[in-house]
Design a protein around this ligand. Structure first.
Ligand code: FMN
Length: 326
C-alpha cells in the first residue's frame, strides 16, 4: 500500500501537507515535518505589510535632515531586498536539506507588489507558490465585481510571469462561492486551497476593547471546509487542497473521500507538536489497511458530489432528512 499522490502536479509521498504558519518558518521544524511524513511544506507567508513596515522603520531611523526624497526608491528596494533575503535564505536552505516539495507563500495587497515579489520567489527556488489571496469584502465600497476583477487581474498577470505551479488560497467569504471557485479553476491555476482562516475579532468586556479570538481552529470548523470540498471537487478544473479544521487522521480521510487532492494541517500541529504529522500518516495508512485500499486514488472522491449533480438538491435532501424526518 502506498499514499503517493500529486500536489500541484508535483509527486508527493503523502497527501498530508504542513500548511503555512510559524512552524514552517524554522529549518529544524521543516526537517522534523519531513521526517514525520509530510508530503510537502508551505513556508510561512511573506506579508507585504512586513516589508513596508521594515521600509518605514529604516526611513524613520534616518536623521530628519537627511533628504531621502530622491533616494526613497533606492532605500525602499534595498530594505525590501534585505527583508525578503532572510526569507529566501530559509527557502534555499530548505531546498538543500529537504527532499519533499518546498512551497513559498505570499500575501500582498497592492497589485505591483504581487508582481515584484512573486517573481523573486520563483528565483529563490520554490517548487510552487501558494498565493494567500485572503481578500475579505470588508469595505462597503467593494462589490463582487471588484473582488472578481482583482483576482483575475492578479492571477492572469502572475501566470504570464511565473512558470512554477501556482495555488490560490482563498477565504470562506464569497456570495457566489461555487460559481467563483469554478471560474478561478478555469484561470490556469494549478490548485485552490480552501480555506484560509480569518482571524476572528472578539471583545474584552472588562477593558471594553476589541481583541482577537483564538487563532487556532477548533475541530468543528472542519464541516464548512468539508461541505465545499464535497460540492466542488469534481466541478473544478484544478486540485483542491483542503485547509481549516483538520485535526485527526479520520478528518484527513473525510477530506480525501470528499475529493480533496491534499489536506493541509496547522492547528493540530501547534496543539500536539510537529511529530503529530506521523500520527496523522499512521492513522491514514491504518484506515486504508482496514478498508483494503492499496492507493489513495482507489477511494479519493467517493463521497463527492458528481460533476453534473445539482448540489442544492443534494443538500436540501440531507436537510429535509434531518430536520423534517422525511
Ligand atoms: C499561528 C498561525 C500562523 C499562520 N500563518 C499563516 C501564514 O503566514 N500564511 C498563511 O497563508 N496562513 C497562515 N495561517 C493559516 C493556516 O495556514 C491555516 O490556513 C489555518 O490555520 C487553518 O488550518 P488549521 O485548521 O489546520 O489550523 C496561520 C495559522 C496560524 C494558527
Amino acid at each position: 500500500m502506498d499514499t503517493n499522490t500529486k500536489y500541484l502536479g508535483l509527486e508527493i509521498k503523502s497527501p498530508i501537507i504542513a500548511g503555512s504558519c510559524g512552524l514552517t518558518n524554522d529549518i529544524s521544524k521543516l526537517e522534523q515535518l519531513e521526517a514525520a511524513g509530510a508530503g510537502a511544506v508551505i513556508i510561512k507567508s511573506v506579508f507585504e505589510e512586513q516589508i513596508i513596515y521594515d521600509i518605514k522603520r529604516n526611513l524613520s531611523m534616518m536623521a530628519p535632515t537627511d533628504n531621502y526624497g530622491m533616494s526613497y526608491e533606492y532605500i525602499a528596494s534595498h530594505v525590501a531586498d534585505d527583508s525578503l533575503g532572510k526569507h529566501f535564505e530559509l527557502i534555499k536552505e530548505a531546498k538543500k536539506r529537504l527532499h519533499i516539495p518546498v512551497v513559498g507563500s505570499i500575501n500582498c495587497y497592492s497589485f505591483e507588489n504581487w508582481m515584484t515579489y512573486t517573481q523573486r520567489f520563483q528565483d529563490a527556488g520554490c517548487d510552487a507558490l501558494e498565493l494567500n489571496m485572503a481578500i475579505l469584502p470588508y469595505e462597503t465600497t467593494l462589490s463582487c465585481e471588484d473582488v472578481d476583477r482583482l483576482f483575475s487581474d492578479i492571477i492572469n498577470t502572475l501566470r504570464k510571469s511565473v512558470s512554477i505551479p501556482i495555488s490560490i488560497k482563498v477565504s470562506q467569504n464569497f456570495t457566489d462561492m461555487a460559481n467563483f471557485m469554478q471560474r478561478l479553476s478555469w484561470m490556469n491555476v494549478n490548485g485552490i486551497t480552501m480555506f484560509n482562516k480569518a482571524l476572528n475579532v472578539d471583545v474584552d468586556t472588562d477593558k471594553m476593547e476589541l481583541t482577537h479570538a483564538p487563532s487556532l481552529s477548533s475541530p468543528d470548523e472542519i464541516y464548512n471546509t468539508l461541505r465545499w470540498v464535497a460540492i466542488l471537487s469534481k466541478k473544478l478544473r484544478c486540485d483542491i487542497s483542503a485547509s481549516t479544521g483538520v485535526h485527526t487522521a479520520d478528518d484527513v480521510v473525510k477530506m480525501l473521500l470528499a475529493g480533496a487532492g491534499t489536506v493541509q494541517v496547522v492547528s493540530c500541529l501547534y496543539k500536539n507538536g510537529v511529530e503529530y504529522m506521523r500520527t496523522l500518516n499512521d492513522g491514514l495508512r491504518d484506515w486504508m489497511n482496514k478498508k483494503g485500499y492499496e492507493s489513495i486514488e482507489q477511494f479519493r472522491g467517493k463521497l463527492a458530489a458528481k460533476a453534473n449533480e445539482q448540489s442544492s438538491m443534494l443538500y436540501r435532501t440531507q436537510f429535509m432528512k434531518h430536520f423534517a424526518q422525511i
